[in-house]
Design a protein around this ligand. Sequence first.
Ligand SMILES: Cc1cc2nc3c(=O)[nH]c(=O)nc-3n(C[C@H](O)[C@H](O)[C@H](O)COP(=O)(O)OP(=O)(O)OC[C@H]3O[C@@H](n4cnc5c(N)ncnc54)[C@H](O)[C@@H]3O)c2cc1C
Length: 344
Amino acid sequence: MTNLTSTGPGTSRDTQDTGTGSGDGIGSGDVDIDVAVVGGGLAGLGAALTLGRARRSVLVIDAGHPRNAPAAHMHGYLTRDGENPLEMLRLGREEVRGYGGRVIQGTVVSITRFPDGRLRLTTAEGAGYRARRVVVATGLVDEYPDLPGLRERWGRDVVHCPYCFGWELRERALAVLGTSPLAVMAALMWRQWSGDVVLFLHTAPQPTAQQLAQLAARDVTVIPGEVAAIEIDQDRVTGVRLASGEVHPRDAVVVSPWFAARHDLLAPLGATLVEHPAGIGRQVQADASGFTGVPGVWVAGNVLDVTAGVMQSAASGVTAAAALNADLTLEDTTRAGNSAALPT
Ligand SMILES: Cc1cc2nc3c(=O)[nH]c(=O)nc-3n(C[C@H](O)[C@H](O)[C@H](O)COP(=O)(O)OP(=O)(O)OC[C@H]3O[C@@H](n4cnc5c(N)ncnc54)[C@H](O)[C@@H]3O)c2cc1C
């Protein structure tokens, strides 16, 4: 196992929680590690846990803004259904540290390559790290309209994902905010969870005659016209206000954001960004293990698959870690000069 050459596992900084800590935690000057993981959400921590157990020195650098932070509960994670998302990450960091992995707070601003092939990570806090491999697990940005009320209620009663929030909103009065041709499908989907779904066309195109028939068949009311604001009263959504001033009482609003993978660190390295086949966002192109095709660079979680929920994200970190560890094993073997001794 390669140790961090600056401060080793077990220092007081290692116990610092990324949710509350500050600074880079290691100090100035490049620090050598086997694997740097950028992003300490479930994907990054899943990768780090596997790498720590594989006796690799691993450092997770996390800016501390996981995508699902606004939600009080996380759903669909087998055995942890209903857990608080931040508590889940705290537990994950503890597990990573239990195997000597390090998790620090910081923002990686660039990844460049040394002549020997290793990767240099620089943080906004001024630290530098030299890693043999990198996992980028920086998540995505949910881009949705800037309507008054939406951002305030995001992740509570303004939601996007039926598998995350549908059960809790069952049989409530739902508004689907149309922003693209996918609005019709969203309205039809949410009928699975509530019999009271209203589609506000807002900026979505006028549905075709066939789509209107489908919506009518599922008792979805269609309301034309632009939405001006989401009405909020006593810390909850109470309705949708149209530009005409008309207000429709509703309990919750469904939006379909554009899912924009955080790929800024990867583009300069030559990784490719592709549109998701369903036209719902952009993600980084990689093989099934998360390998980007850029030597030494893997991706995991939402940056790799914008549709990945919490379980898939954690699992993709594990997959990337196993593939990356195999790659390091071959490199270690070559370095040890064992390749020449292999039978032909
Ligand atoms: C409101 C909401 C609720 C959700 N609820 C559920 C649910 O109940 N069930 C479900 O299955 N899915 C849910 N999801 C989806 C879930 O959030 C994602 O599946 C999951 O967060 C993806 O994990 P990740 O590790 O890829 O990204 P994230 O959890 O977003 O973690 C990425 C981390 O990388 C950090 N980072 C970014 N850039 C840098 C950088 N340059 N340097 C260092 N760190 C950086 C970020 O600050 C963040 O901490 C929900 C999503 C939202 C928006």
